[in-house]
Design a protein around this ligand. Structure first.
Ligand code: GLN
Ligand code: ZN
Length: 766
């Protein structure tokens, strides 16, 4: 009897109807009680466990559920609670204070949140644990143990999920100041006993398997991190009476960390064979006879239906090499990163739906694959369906557009270059625009007020007729232009009132994109995103923004910037097709945008901004792969923007504050003007641009748009003057850090008036 196990590494926790989001937000706004929130959470857990049980999952994850974030849960579990939160007595209030800050006017409580950052190369964000120089730990396993008790009623093979100690420390940071060169890894010896105690408690509960997530095993590790792994894994493996341990790696290949993982003394190793299929042979070859392999074959990062035949072939290979009893089938990583259930999609169409699998469907795929492990030629219905869907998708005219193929083949070197190099262009642009020194502008969006959002909602619902909606948007745009003129800005924008989201807006107008109704994925805490699905060749049936930009331009003599989202950002914030390289999809998007850029120019728009806020987050996890990625990312931007005349000014915008290691690529993008976020790092990062001698024009953000605070003219003038001392004043622009859509009009007007004043002050100095 074959006994390949069907397993799961983690399940989405937001709920099919985003129940968790709603429960969290109503608790935070004090509309409901903590008990209500806990009840909702418990209901979701119960539902997810029984779903997995029904799907026939043999190893059901427990403890992966979180009210906010699993890394924060781990910090709380090991007692890594920074001193400033310890005065908060209620554990739940303290937990959310760490996650999102706490401001209680009555009690004089005002603590900011811990830092938050991207979880590897996903769009999920985790809370960064903060350790003190005299950090001690104390185990509080109540959350995990409580959930195990709850789950016991489900009666499945429960597999608690722990974030492993080394990844936990590698993701942590030291508190500010007085830490004397200590790094979090220095606390490994104190941290390991928490895990040892926990394993003993889990053994007492009769737990058979524990999953220890160590995604950092897929990164390039220095010697210190490797040594930490050796210590941690050996010590955990040596725990007396412990449950069996599965070491979970995901998001990439183990590569030179394979010996560490295989030599860990653990009972199973999970590998990501979606991201890194080529590692299978090496993994099977390295596995000691005592170790199981967990084959991550169902994509936990994307929404496509699994090619069951290909996955089956991989399982057969493993079974033949090491025997069925040592093989498990699994998703490539936790299913946290995919939407909950395809069954809720009514509008996608049956063809499209037959190509997709969300979390619920992926569980079934895992089970089917495990069941078929003993068969050489599986022929059950699920395999027949998978084959049919695959054949249909491969041959579908929805996917391939010969016109796009032709254009892709027609791409030549010349399409990546502007006519003249920057200095010549700059001269022509100066002559054309005659802008003052320190020209002032904004990043694109202006406040999306309640009125704007509700007009959009009624238009979407069909209750606001299209001409009325149009009229409303034009009125908003007109008022926005008038306000910008009154403030005295030099270069204007139309305000982006017609856009809900900077990717969705374009995706909806491009061919090759589909939209789900309920394909929500957690981004952080209660925040969810609904990425578009890029399923086919991308093309642009009609102009997308020309009408808005030209309308705005008719209202003013000052230049109005056209406003587009860049190809890498559109790619990065979508679910991307898996039947061609990502870079090909990116170039297709770039070709479509190129047409838009050229159309804007022809319609009389003189400056065009192509936002690329996501270029940095697309960087591969391993540095070795950066160069290749940056090559095609830069190429895509250039392809999109190089079709215009020398005197048309191309802008770009990026909102992050780490540039040092990718500045060369940013310079190669060759935008005439780049606006960047700097105000939060007090313009320190301009240093990078100075060191690199960034050649083109640059607008360092002079105020933080993330806060309603109105910056003074003096502080912004100071920033500009200090920028003018390190970079040529003739190449500096004045703008906020990012778009203003989340702000209110009064503060925006006040802040921009001060900004314009600050530019005047700076002009007098140079
Ligand atoms: N033009 C966009 C806006 O102003 C840019 C947003 C972004 O950088 N994320 O909203
Ligand atoms: Zn931005």
């Amino acid at each position: 009897m074959m006994s390949v196990l069907a397993t799961c590494l983690g399940y989405p926790r937001i709920g099919f109807e985003r129940e968790l989001k709603k429960a969290l937000e109503s608790f935070w706004s004090k509309k409901t009680s903590a008990a209500d929130l806990q009840q909702c959470a418990a209901g979701l857990r119960r539902r997810h466990w029984s779903l997995m049980k029904q799907a026939g999952i043999d190893h059901i994850p427990v403890g992966d559920f979180s009210l906010y974030d699993q890394v924060l849960d781990t910090a709380v579990m090991v007692g890594a609670i920074p001193a400033r939160y310890r005065a908060i007595k209620d554990p739940l209030v303290r937990y959310f204070a760490m996650a999102r800050g706490l401001q209680e006017s009555g009690e004089g409580m005002d603590v900011p949140a811990l830092e938050m950052t991207k979880w590897f190369d996903t769009n999920y964000h985790y809370i960064v644990p903060e350790l003190a120089s005299k950090q001690t730990f104390a185990l509080n396993a109540s959350k995990l143990l409580g959930e195990i008790d709850e789950a016991e009623t489900t009666g499945g093979g429960l597999r608690p999920v722990l974030l492993g100690p080394v990844t936990f420390l590698l993701l942590s940071k030291m508190e500010q100041g007085k830490t004397k060169g200590l790094t979090p890894l220095a606390f490994l010896d104190q941290l390991i006993p928490m895990y040892e105690q926990l394993l003993a408690l889990l053994a007492e509960k009769g737990i058979q398997w524990v999953q220890i997530d160590e995604p950092c095993l897929t990164l390039e590790l220095d010697d210190q991190a490797k040594a930490a792994y050796r210590t941690a894994l050996t010590r955990l493996a040596a725990c007396p009476g412990r449950p069996r341990l599965l070491l979970a790696s995901y998001f990439g290949a183990l590569e030179d960390n394979l010996p560490l993982a295989a030599g860990s003394g653990f009972d199973a190793l999970h590998v990501d064979l979606v991201r890194a299929p080529d590692q299978l042979d090496a993994v099977l070859g390295a596995l000691p006879a005592t170790m199981h392999v967990s084959l991550g074959l169902v994509d936990g990062r994307n929404i496509w239906r699994t090619d069951l035949d290909a996955a089956h072939a991989t399982i057969r290979k493993a079974v033949e090499m090491i025997g069925p009893d040592r093989v498990m089938v699994a998703p490539s990583c936790s299913l946290l990163h995919v939407p909950v259930d395809l069954a809720g999609e009514q509008k996608l169409g049956s063809t499209m739906k037959s190509w997709l699998a969300f979390a619920a469907q992926k569980l079934n795929e895992v089970r089917v694959l495990a069941d078929a492990a003993g068969s050489l030629t599986p022929s059950g219905q699920p395999f027949l369906d998978s084959r049919a869907a695959r054949a249909n998708r491969l041959a579908s005219p929805m996917v391939r557009n010969s016109h796009v193929g032709e254009r892709m083949r027609g791409i030549t070197e010349a399409l990546f270059r502007r006519t003249s190099p920057f200095p010549a262009r700059a001269e022509r642009q100066r002559a054309r625009f005659r802008l003052p020194l320190f020209p002032t502008t904004t990043i694109g969006s202006f406040p999306q007020t309640g009125a704007v959002r509700s007009a959009r909602a009624t238009w979407r619902a069909g209750t606001l007729p299209v001409p009325d909606y149009d009229k409303f948007l034009k009125e908003e745009t007109r008022a926005c232009i008038a306000k910008q003129e009154a403030i005295g800005l030099d270069v204007l924008v139309h305000g982006e009132f017609e856009r809900n989201d900077m990717v969705e807006y374009f995706g909806e107008q491009l061919d090759g994109f589909a939209f789900t109704e309920n394909g929500w994925v957690q981004s952080y805490g209660s925040r969810c995103v609904k990425p578009p699905v890029i399923f086919g060749d991308v093309s642009r049936p009609c102009a997308m923004t020309v009408e808005w930009s030209t309308y705005a331009q008719t209202l003013t003599k000052r230049p109005v910037k056209g406003m587009l989202t860049g190809p890498v950002t559109i790619l990065q914030w979508s679910f991307v097709r898996d039947d061609q390289p990502r870079q090909d999809t990116c170039l297709q998007i770039a070709l479509a945008l190129r047409e838009e850029v050229v159309d804007l120019e022809q319609a009389g728009i003189k400056m065009i901004q192509v936002d690329e806020p996501a270029i940095r987050e697309g960087l591969p996890l391993r540095r070795r792969e950066w160069k290749d990625y940056l090559r095609w990312a830069v190429d895509a931007f250039k392809l999109a923007t190089s079709g215009v005349r020398d005197d048309t000014q191309v802008h770009t915008h990026m909102c992050y504050s780490e540039f040092g290691d990718i500045l060369e690529a940013i310079a190669e993008m060759d935008a005439d003007v780049i606006s960047i976020e700097t105000s939060r790092s007090r313009m320190e990062l301009l240093g990078d641009f100075v060191r690199y001698q960034y050649p083109n024009e640059i607008g360092p953000g002079v105020y933080d748009i993330h806060s309603p605070r109105v910056p003074t003219k003096e502080e912004m003038a100071d920033l500009l003057i200090s920028a003018g001392k390190v970079l040529p004043a003739t190449r500096l622009w004045v703008n906020p850090d990012c778009g203003l859509k989340t702000r209110g009009w009064p503060e925006v007007q006040a802040a921009l008036r001060n900004m314009v004043e600050a530019a005047r002050v700076a002009r007098r100095q140079f």
